[in-house]
Design a binder for this molecule. Structure first.
Ligand code: NAD
Length: 341
């Protein structure tokens, strides 16, 4: 078939994961015609559930089951993509502590192979790498003087290489360097985004605070454990988050060199205890007592992104309130308990 100029060809790695799935849904909604959407995943964490099966029924979507740490995989991807969103990674706080060596190997190797494939096969395309707020968490911990709200341009620090938690952050930190310098050396368009606590349905089980709270409320766990009760975070509902990613990738303002790094997140800062309280109100269940515990080693006390750059580049505003997002998320977790095999 002759490729028409308006046709968009998009690849999402980690397409079966939390962000990848919602990003695919949003792209299908906003680009109704002439879209070719390829999802790549090895299902190490992503799920082939009924939601995902429904997505695959769309004729514009193709699934490639491939492991990005295998260089042979890339032969299946073809070429000439307009946009590539590289989301695949070993994510989830539990994994950072359980298998830090695998987090390091998988995240770094898959990014290097991706960039090699991209520069050879997609000279006119644009590459998006999902870094993380964890990339600057070490700076918050060790200096305690990073501005809050925190802008993009701050020192990126690994304050303790022996703490397994930094396995993940280090792959994001070095990942940012890889993308900046590959894009410069091979002169391709690229973008670094740093997600700040995206949440919503289908975000996995175990290892993220909102899914954990939803599962404990559904199971009426009492006393109710809360780790790092006084730590503050912001939470960005997933449909708002993927909309920001697409707006940034579609904007010609992010086409130039040097490439942009952009924070994506909400600005309503709340403590983890306040988050639990909001969920108790939303769900109508409250435990008799709380079991307050320390946050995991290396977890930062306060995190709030400066999102003025995102807003200046795109005019993005969140549309889903925390209450509404928590309600939607809880309903999903209530209806989808983890199937224990
Ligand atoms: N969710 C957040 O709030 C958040 C915050 C900061 C950064 N991020 C980053 O955004 C990206 C997506 O996050 P997510 O929450 O959707 O995570 P996720 O774990 O739900 O999705 C990642 C997907 O990548 C796939 N994958 C992992 N290794 C692979 C490999 N070798 N080959 C092919 N597929 C592989 C997994 O199976 C999974 O489906 C990640 O890079 C993550 O580090 C997310």
């Amino acid at each position: 078939m002759k490729k028409d100029n308006k046709m968009k060809k998009i690849l999402i790695t980690g397409g079966a994961g939390f962000i990848g799935f919602f990003l695919a849904k949003e792209l299908l909604k906003s680009d109704p015609k002439d879209l070719e959407l390829v999802l790549v995943d090895n299902f190490k964490r992503g799920r082939k559930d009924e939601d995902f099966d429904l997505l695959l029924k769309d004729k514009r979507v193709t699934l490639i089951n491939a492991d990005l740490t295998d260089p042979e995989s890339y032969k299946q991807f073809g070429n000439g993509y307009t946009h590539v969103y590289h989301l695949a990674a070993m994510n989830g706080t539990k994994l950072f502590y359980e298998m830090p060596h695998e987090v390091l190997r998988i995240n770094t190797l898959s990014l290097i192979y991706m960039l090699e494939w991209f520069r050879k096969e997609n000279a006119d395309g644009k590459f998006c790498f999902t870094s993380s707020n964890e990339a600057y968490a070490g700076g918050l911990n060790s200096f305690g003087v990073l501005p809050i709200p925190t802008p993009e341009k701050v020192p990126l620090v690994i304050d303790d290489p022996y703490n397994s938690r930094w396995s993940y952050a280090s792959t994001k930190l070095v990942g940012e360097l890889f993308v900046i310098h590959y894009a410069k050396a091979y002169n391709f368009k690229a973008l670094l985004v740093r997600p700040h606590n995206f949440y919503g349905p289908r975000a996995g089980y175990g290892g993220h605070v909102i899914p954990d709270f939803c599962e404990r409320i559904r199971d009426q766990v009492d006393p109710f454990p809360i780790y790092g009760a006084d730590d503050t975070r912001t939470f960005c509902f997933i449909t708002d988050a993927v909309r920001a990613m697409i707006m940034l990738m579609d904007s010609p303002k992010t086409d130039a060199q040097p490439i942009e790094t952009v924070h994506i997140g909400d600005t309503e800062e709340i403590t983890i205890k306040q988050l639990a309280d909001k969920l108790f109100v939303t769900t109508g269940w409250k435990p008799k007592s709380l079991d307050i515990k320390n946050g995991p080693e290396g977890s930062v006390k306060r995190r709030l992104a400066d999102i003025s750059k995102l807003q200046a580049l795109t005019g993005w505003k969140p549309e889903v309130s925390l209450e509404e997002g928590l309600r939607t998320t809880y309903e999903w977790y209530k209806a989808h308990p983890l199937k224990k095999s």
